[in-house]
Design a protein. Structure first.
Length: 187
């Protein structure tokens, strides 16, 4: 009678070295995934120190805020907001103002909708006619609704130095939503 042959090699012929290599590969793979996860999920929300961020020497009074300096243009302080006017683009690089719950609770003044050139701009700001036939709307940087509690400030939001060209869908869409969100956050 014939005997069955026995298999003298265990593990399907791959040996112990294959198992060790497989375990090492698995450990390296998991370590790589953990490193990638740590890199991707790093908290980037912490504010970074910006060395050129301070109050300008000429900014005084209760209505002057922490402004980015140096302003690569003309720094203009209106009654309730400040801006850095960039002549090359004929628009403000940035605006800064304070908005509080107290301001938002005050009665709203009627909107004026009268755009005017800003006489405080040394080199002449953009004017109303610059937008005629351009396909762009006049979008406020400091929203008129944020200054509707003060007649002077409301009028100044319609100065052309506070206006930037925007597509109508952008101005009436996501930009309007951002303005409303800022008011919600202040309230």
């Amino acid at each position: 009678m014939a005997k069955f042959r026995t298999n003298h090699q265990r593990g399907g012929g791959k040996g112990a070295s294959y198992s060790i290599r497989l375990v090492i590969f698995f450990i390296m793979f998991v370590a790589g995934l953990l490193w990638i996860y740590k890199y991707i999920s790093k908290d980037n929300t912490e504010p970074k120190y910006i060395p050129n961020y301070s109050i300008p020497a000429g900014a005084t009074g209760d209505n002057r805020y922490y402004l980015p300096i140096p302003c690569k243009g003309q720094l203009v302080h209106h009654s309730q907001f400040s801006l850095c006017y960039n002549e090359a683009d004929e628009e403000a690089s940035w605006v800064a103002y304070e908005l509080t719950k107290k301001m938002l609770k005050l009665p709203n003044l009627p909107r004026k909708d009268r755009f005017e050139a800003d006489t405080d701009i040394n080199t002449r700001s953009a004017n109303y006619g610059d937008y005629t036939g351009s396909g762009y709307t006049r979008g406020h940087l400091v929203p008129a609704a944020d200054m509707s509690w003060n007649d002077t400030a409301l009028t100044q939001t319609f100065l052309m130095s506070n206006i930037t060209p925007q597509l109508s869908a952008f101005n009436g869409g996501i930009w309007r939503e951002l303005e409303e969100d800022v008011r919600d956050w202040a309230f």
